[in-house]
Design a protein around this ligand. Sequence first.
Ligand SMILES: Cc1cc2nc3c(=O)[nH]c(=O)nc-3n(C[C@H](O)[C@H](O)[C@H](O)COP(=O)(O)OP(=O)(O)OC[C@H]3O[C@@H](n4cnc5c(N)ncnc54)[C@H](O)[C@@H]3O)c2cc1C
Length: 380
Amino acid sequence: MSSGGVVIVGSGLGGYTLARELRKLDGAVAITVVTADGGEAYSKPMLSAAFAQGKTALTLVQKGCGQVEEDLRLRVLARRRVERIDRAARQVVLDDGIGLGYDHLVLAVGADPRPYGVAGSESVTIHSVNDLDDYARWRALIGTSSRILLIGAGLIGCEFANDLAAAGYGVSVVDPAPWPLGRLLPREVGEEVAAALGGIGIALHLGRSVVRIAPGKAVLDDGSEIAFDHALSAIGLVPRLDLARQAGLAVDKGIVVDRTLRTSDPAIFALGDCAQTEAGPLPFVLPLMAEAKALAFTLAGTETALSLPALPVVVKTPALAVAVCPPAPGKAGEWRVEGEGRDRKALFVGADGTALGFALSGRRAAERQSLAKEMPDLMG
Ligand SMILES: Cc1cc2nc3c(=O)[nH]c(=O)nc-3n(C[C@H](O)[C@H](O)[C@H](O)COP(=O)(O)OP(=O)(O)OC[C@H]3O[C@@H](n4cnc5c(N)ncnc54)[C@H](O)[C@@H]3O)c2cc1C
């Protein structure tokens, strides 16, 4: 099998947004998408807001694989894996050993859930939900009225907790940080989030870690125990680097790309959760959309450098509206918080008094778009 044209590895929001943007600009170029999953178009952020809305994996699908092929006039090789990249031959080698040639290769391979290990974890299945297949399995497994142990109170952990609690599950959350969304929020706002999640019945075990786990029981570092039916881990994602690493491309925290999303090989590009831009890894939808647009222009023949304004992220916790715009990684500063109770505005301010990022909650969350305009560009 050989192809040429553009080969995109991955059918997540990164891969499919790029395919759509490229097709708008170039009606003729051959596009092939190779994907380890079923090739359905769906919105990954919905995975942590779907239970309360009664959505199944099937109803989360926006377009089946065949429909994507028809609409975008491309080929999708679904349930197929790229095993390696042969840069010299300009081809990817698929899991059945067949080579697929490319003029331009785009890695949109996403990220894996960070593995969770603790004493006893080999005796318990600790689930994670990072794609549609995971969601289908998890939803079928937990059925109704289960007690869920959720490891991690970061952005995705809080969203899952809120969603599962709203759907009627008993949820216990464990996180070593003293308040939820510990890396994104100052204490005053984090404590309001904790109160709101507690208010809908979630048992928060903050400042605590699981030290031992067994089927149905987790023991925390203060000796307390949590009984559970099923465990879900949401302790973060790790970019998938294997393909790039094996091919000898530059990798760091992600696949290193320049402003044009080019890797260290000029014929290979990367975007989305697997990529590390000049602003660092940006594992959110809005940066990914901007990356896809810029890269589509480059692939269509107009070299285009990525530029990114500050991009706020809405945390899907209906118990308390929260929006964050984290400062660029490594920026020093301090939080200045105003407002009362649930309605807070927190600015992360650098030594020279410049606001570098923000966190908003309650009614103040509505200010996110206007406030984002006052923040420094992520990539000017
Ligand atoms: C539960 C959850 C909620 C989220 N909520 C939000 C939110 O509210 N707002 C926000 O901005 N962001 C959110 N995010 C983050 C956002 O969804 C991601 O940044 C984005 O979806 C990543 O898209 P991607 O295309 O880079 O990767 P993915 O969607 O992970 O796609 C990777 C693709 O690569 C394929 N693949 C990998 N390796 C291979 C291989 N070797 N061969 C073939 N195919 C391969 C996979 O099968 C898959 O199709 C959320 C993430 C999660 C998990």
